[in-house]
Design a protein around this ligand. Structure first.
Ligand SMILES: [Zn+2]
Length: 146
């Protein structure tokens, strides 16, 4: 059985702007955060210049627990030049940030055992240019010994 992983970390490059940089700056500190409208409290992830509910530009970056549940997922087996790789891209519901979804990777999982609703927890991987990528690992109910 091949457990899910990420792309080779040194090949993962990100681009930030003033709206997304706080997310990545927190990830460098191995913290997961989400932007919440400072006016009406609506979470806006992915980060956006204006709140979709009240059009405010004010944002608070809220620290999250790092726990999440699988809202959706896919299994990708093999990529050009990486025939053996298994990726499990996931769409997550984040504890403490109702109403938004984060797209990430589930790492260290048996792709045959992954289910919608699985509990997962954030972890962090060093990627190119000194940045850090939040990824997720199975929680206690679905853990696979590596
Ligand atoms: Zn708002």
């Amino acid at each position: 059985m091949t457990l899910s992983t990420t792309l080779p970390p040194e090949t993962i490059r990100i681009t930030t702007d003033s709206h997304t940089e706080p997310f990545w700056a927190a990830a460098r500190e191995r913290r997961l955060v989400a932007p919440r409208c400072a006016s009406c409290g609506t979470f806006r992830l992915p980060p956006s210049p204006f709140c979709p509910e009240c059009q405010s530009q004010e944002v608070d970056w809220v620290a999250l627990t790092g726990r999440a549940r699988l809202f959706s997922f896919s299994v990708v087996r093999g990529l050009p030049g990486l025939a053996e790789i298994v990726l499990v891209p996931v769409v997550l519901e984040l504890d403490g940030a109702p109403g938004v979804h984060l797209v990430s990777n589930l790492v260290g999982a048996d792709p045959e055992a992954v289910k919608i609703g699985d509990e997962v927890e954030v972890d962090f991987v060093d990627i190119a240019d000194g940045w850090v990528l939040p990824i997720f690992r199975a929680g206690p109910t679905t853990a696979v010994s590596e």
